[in-house]
Design a protein around this ligand. Structure first.
Ligand SMILES: Cc1cc2nc3c(=O)[nH]c(=O)nc-3n(C[C@H](O)[C@H](O)[C@H](O)COP(=O)(O)OP(=O)(O)OC[C@H]3O[C@@H](n4cnc5c(N)ncnc54)[C@H](O)[C@@H]3O)c2cc1C
Length: 370
């Protein structure tokens, strides 16, 4: 019997498991290794902070899905991949062999600029830790007296800033004083001008200070690249992604940053029995932005390729669309959206986002909370 190990229950693997649920693998032992009982759906986390969702609406329980796909769930973190030996090692020391391995562990928050910072920081990834830490901070006293700095001017940082501001406006205590530090690239560097303009209007409505400078942590303060410094009660780090360090010496070919290199079929360029999708990988044929949309869309092709690889069939390429619809929640049940150079804003954009997000999460088998 061949063994297929899915490492991480990230967005692409959720889709793989949905496919394996429908077409069960014959003669294959399926094992899913993940450290958390839940896979958090990042797109709804700002809505949870804003008070529109309960946390159980924003996460998918992994075990029912694995069971439905005929697999076995193993709770744990992979700390090493020995690709030359077809093995992985878990944090508890257990070594597991595989015939085929698929990696979808995402990436971690890049905390380089905060290395010298001694104040309180919570990073957005992993989301399961962020969820707990934000809850503790939000319950830790009068928010209106706190200074919150959100570092990161990408879509996630912007959404989180507006979610916190909206939640604060609804609370008796009021919102914290908020600064969004975008870095020298400015607000939403991966988006068109129209989307940037629409979204910055929304930020202005909340009175969020947007600082388009680089910041580095130094002791108890954040030093800005123009020489000023900022003091914060909490820094929320949404500063982009870096790969997990254990991937750098796992035998797999990686790019200069340490992301697993894959071809268009999402197969490792150095080890054909290893596949990777989502934020953990870098494609050799084209640069793909690290987003949930790409991870989810790669899922069906990854599922087909894993099945074909085990049966000796031919593999297909995942062809990402040229433009993708991105929707940014603006806290108060409005949203901005962009598709290529076009951008829109309004309540209907939120309604669309809400429908897509709820639809995604509710598509997975559920079990009642224990
Ligand atoms: C607030 C926020 C909002 C976002 N909104 C959007 C959006 O609207 N649209 C969009 O396209 N993108 C969005 N993104 C980006 C999106 O979250 C990521 O690109 C997406 O999660 C990547 O999916 P993934 O499958 O690569 O990894 P993840 O979703 O990060 O999943 C990785 C999984 O691997 C597990 N894992 C981690 N380490 C290990 C290990 N060592 N061993 C085993 N398992 C492990 C984790 O527990 C997790 O279950 C958002 C991000 C944030 C932070």
């Amino acid at each position: 019997m061949k063994r297929l190990v899915l490492m991480g229950a990230g967005h692409a693997h959720l889709i793989v498991l949905q496919h394996l649920r429908k077409s069960r693998l014959q003669g294959v032992e399926l094992i899913v290794v993940t450290p958390s009982r839940w896979q958090y759906y990042s797109g709804m986390i700002p809505g949870w902070i804003a008070g529109h969702y309960g946390i159980e609406q924003c996460r998918i329980e992994v075990e029912p899905l694995v069971t439905a796909a005929g697999g076995k769930l193993m709770m744990g973190s992979v700390v090493a991949v020995m690709a030359d030996h077809n093995q992985i090692r878990l944090a508890d020391g257990q070594i597991m062999s595989y015939d085929f391995l698929s990696i979808d562990v995402g990436a971690k928050t890049d905390l380089t600029s905060l290395t010298g910072y001694a104040g309180q920081v919570i990073s957005i990834k992993p989301l399961e830790d962020f969820h707990q830490q934000w809850q503790q901070f939000a319950a830790s006293g009068n928010l209106a007296e706190k200074r919150l700095v959100i570092m990161g001017g990408g879509a996630a940082g912007v959404e989180l800033a507006m979610a916190v501001a909206h939640a604060g406006q609804q609370a008796v205590t009021g919102a914290p004083h908020m600064t969004l530090i975008t870095g020298s690239q400015g607000l939403l560097p991966d988006f068109g001008q129209c989307m940037r303009r629409l979204t910055s209007r929304q930020l202005a409505r909340y009175g969020i200070d947007v600082v388009e400078l680089r910041a580095t942590g130094a002791g108890q303060v954040l030093s800005l690249s123009d020489g000023r410094s900022l003091v914060a009660d909490l820094v929320m780090a949404v500063t982009g992604s870096v790969p997990f360090s254990f991937l750098s010496d796992c035998g797999l070919e990686t790019d200069d940053s340490g992301f697993v290199l894959v071809n268009a079929r999402h197969q490792s360029t150095s080890h054909p029995k290893v596949f990777a999708a989502g934020d953990v990988c870098a494609r050799t044929d084209q640069a793909l932005s690290r987003s949930g949309v790409h991870a989810v869309r790669a899922g069906p092709v990854l599922a087909a390729n894993l099945m074909a690889a085990m049966e000796g069939g031919s593999l297909a390429a995942f062809k990402p669309r040229t433009h993708t619809l991105y929707l940014i929640a603006c806290g108060d049940k409005t949203a901005t959206g962009s598709y290529g150079p076009f951008a829109v804003a309004g309540k209907w954009v939120w309604a669309l986002k809400d429908r897509i997000d709820r639809g995604f999460v509710s598509g997975f088998p559920r079990r009642l909370e224990k």
